[in-house]
Design a protein around this ligand. Sequence first.
Ligand code: MSP
Length: 510
Amino acid sequence: MSKFYITTPLYYVNGNPHIGHSYTNIACDALSRFRRLKGDKVLFTTGTDEHGQKIKEAAAEKGMEPALFVDTVVPRFKDLWTKLNISYDDFIRTTEERHERVVKKILEALYKKGDLYEGEYSGWYCTPCESFWTEAQLLEKNCPDCKRPVAHIKEKNFFFKLSKYQGWLIEYINSHEDFILPVIRRNEVLGFLKNPLNDLCISRPKSRLSWGIEIPFSKDHVTYVWFDALINYITVCGYGDNPEKFKTYWPADMHMIGKDILRMHAVNWPIMLHAAGLKPPKTVFAHGWWKIGEDKMSKSKGNIVDPHEASDRFGVDAYRFFLLREVPFGMDGSFSEKALISRINSDLANDLGNLLHRTLSMIDKYFSGIVPKRRNIKTADDITRALIENAKSLDAKISSSMDKVDFSRALSAIWALINNANKFIEQKAPWKLSKEKKEDELKDMMYDLYEVLRIVSLSLWPFLPQTSDNMIDQLGLKAAKRNMKDLSWGLAKPGTKIKKGKPLFPRIET
Ligand code: MSP
């Protein structure tokens, strides 16, 4: 049995969850469910990033202490993950004691080793981004990231020797093809590493910010929020606490992130791990961003997509489907209600919903709702054989797409089978077979359509878990423990009583 450890970023709790957060979690959920189908031992983790300036300010705006404030925001994330059927195994908060312990342990180890040193920093600082900038990096005297004003500061801090490991990291990236995916992101990091790395300031003086994990060797400093947050990936799989678990799951198989936080994950993090004597994760996968129409999503534009609202209006699985199907994973996407409704009406209501509904209606009508027995496949005609071949090759197509983290291709393969089956109905015209009393042919055909639907219902589980359950129920089957092996052709049992229900996806009129 192989293991699969996948993580999402830890989301800042200074705002409500939005489409971007839900995108990563839905993608990780689909991969986790797929691996479970294959029989892998999966650890899927998510959580919240709760320290630092941003959170302190958000708490102050509400007139609350940060510790109390974060407790009020975390449930909004947890509730959303429950609603979207995100099957995570552990939720980690950076304010938890288990995490603080590990952060301090890593800090102490690196300090002892001489990879952390005290120095004086004098330069420009962007408070909202918590970033230091040199004069040359400023953009018209403002922060080059958020374009807001910066302040000149001079203070004692602790620095991490990133520069010492630059050569090692370049060599590591060059010799591990799958370490940074997709390839454009790998090239982006290699390009960035052509310039010398600056050492990383990993502390903040308490006089300026006290909401963080105290540096164990300096009462006057707390840990920089990013240095603290990245460490969650080892905390949550048992580092320093549960050696057995840590040995089982580390290194992580995949850190799923958005493209904006690539450098932290593909430069700082592997160096932190290497310096601490730990292996880097196997893959850091940076996905693209959702734009709203052609615009960047932002508070000031007021165009933030709320996943709670979108999934209430259109349905959880329709929302999941749209995000996974609409763009090749890794690229940017454009979200609009029009595009979402069009996917619901064409792919979900028309193709999938109709196939299930008309097939079950025919089994009801011709065979009183009992799945008939088919004759030996050897007697089948060419169009039937083509349909069966298509169904038989589905698991290989899904597996190869999922191994490349290509959800839209996996879904296209499932839809190719669905559309093949719809066409098969038109071509074979079962209503004629019935009129002509071609009982055996009708039985074969109903069995084959039922079998296609059974295979489709299982293969949809990683992507559309509720729909998969609903289909399995209507097919008269039990949603027992699923396994990839059940995608094999011919496992449907003649004699099964179907339970036709409501159409899966009602059409949305515009
Ligand atoms: N707290 C850090 C991550 C620490 S991980 C150890 C953070 N949090 S965040 O809440 O600001 O963002 C989390 C994720 O949301 C990032 O992966 C980011 O790429 C993603 N997205 C934010 N806006 C997005 C879109 N519009 N579209 C897709 N993903 C986007 O960064």
